[in-house]
Design a protein around this ligand. Structure first.
Ligand code: FES
Ligand code: FES
Length: 156
């Protein structure tokens, strides 16, 4: 029964929805709010494709109850850019061939953004560790690592 009022922010916008106690954050984003970038790959916490941030920290939205977002701020990949042009990170991923089918790309961008926010000059192993929980079936991961390094080089 959808009897819990969830008030929270998504990509800077205040939202109010009635949710069931068992609703997952992933369902609320995709089905109630029509934000389709978080993907359901497994639904069991193994693929990382449903990653969003909750108050700035990456979480698996398939393992997060919607009510846990009450009073908090959720960011999806839609909240990372300006909606018109590619961000420098998105351009670097594209140039490196790191966004192919695109299924993993929203989660990858969330994880890469989190890394670059916390670590000024990440090493290859830090980049690999950061994206290791996000399943990509297309790229073999190396283009993603190269793209992250290029972003940092271009900032210098
Ligand atoms: S759908 Fe959430 S980890 Fe796979
Ligand atoms: S680009 Fe296709 S799954 Fe990563």
């Amino acid at each position: 029964m959808k009897d819990i009022l969830l008030e929270f922010k998504v990509n800077g916008q205040p939202k109010k929805v009635y949710v069931d106690p068992n609703d997952r954050l992933l369902d609320v984003l995709r089905d109630y709010l029509d934000i389709k970038s978080p993907k359901e790959g497994c639904g069991t916490g193994d693929c990382g494709l449903c990653t969003v941030t909750l108050d700035g920290k990456p979480v698996l939205s398939c393992l997060t109850f919607a009510f846990q977002a009450r009073g908090k701020e959720v960011t999806t990949v839609e909240g990372l850019g300006n909606g018109k042009e590619l961000s420098p990170m998105q351009q670097a991923l594209r140039d490196a061939g790191a966004a192919q089918c695109g299924f993993c790309t929203p989660a990858m961008e969330i994880m890469v953004t989190d890394l670059l926010k916390r670590v000024d000059n990440p090493t290859d192993s830090q980049i690999k560790e950061q994206i290791s929980g996000t399943l990509c079936r297309c790229t073999g991961y190396y283009p993603i690592v190269e793209a992250v390094k290029k972003i940092k080089e271009e900032e210098r």
